[in-house]
Design a binder for this molecule. Structure first.
Ligand code: GTP
Ligand code: MG
Length: 171
């Protein structure tokens, strides 16, 4: 089939460079199911773009994920998640609670990711070399995801939920 069905309740890890469209895709789930690293940076520091707040935001993210997995609730991680160590920690949390894990690769091309930084306000704009490194890491992550313990690995553009999203963006 063209479109991939996801488990009703599981851990969904979005993987992609800045500007790839992770938060846009995350918006197709209920807001309470989405753990956004940007959002949590804002929650702990009043500034979603303040990079010094990342460690604190990641701590909060892991705590909420743990509590949600204990309740068997569907949870979407909206962060770049291009580092293996970050993904492995997320997968371990899900496995502790017997929850299925899905990696969703948002493989938008590098030129598009870079172009999408342009219109952003200064504090939300990610430097070019960082976007480039994230994109490269996303590309390399693909072959490792199954070995990291993900039960399902899909590309975002094969998800059925993208259809209404693309319609909305083109309107
Ligand atoms: P970071 O939060 O910086 O990591 O980026 P992100 O991956 O969350 O990207 P985001 O969802 O913010 O998308 C960036 C821009 O691309 C936004 O202006 C979106 O409206 C646009 N966009 C995202 N997905 C799509 C898509 O599938 N099609 C089109 N046309 N635009 C999209
Ligand atoms: Mg985002």
């Amino acid at each position: 089939p063209l479109y991939t069905d996801l488990p009703e309740n599981g851990l969904i890890v979005l993987i992609g460079a800045s500007g790839a469209g992770k938060s846009t895709l995350a918006g197709t789930w209920h807001a309470s199911q989405v753990l956004s690293l940007d959002g949590l940076r804002g929650a702990v520091s009043d500034d979603p773009g303040w990079q010094d707040a990342t460690a604190d935001a990641a701590d909060v993210l892991k705590l909420i994920l743990e509590r949600r997995m204990a309740r068997k609730l569907n949870t979407v991680i909206d962060a770049t998640n291009v580092e293996q160590s970050v993904r492995v920690e997320l997968v371990m949390a899900a496995k502790r609670h017997g929850m299925p894990t899905v990696a969703v690769i948002v493989a938008t091309s590098l030129p598009v990711c870079l172009e999408r930084q342009g219109p952003r306000p200064d504090t939300r704009r990610v430097p070019q070399d960082i976007v480039r490194a994230q994109h490269q890491a996303m590309t390399h992550s693909h072959q490792r995801l199954a070995a990291e313990g993900f039960n399902t690995v899909v590309f975002a553009d094969t998800l059925y939920r993208l259809e209404p999203l693309l319609k909305r963006l083109s309107e």
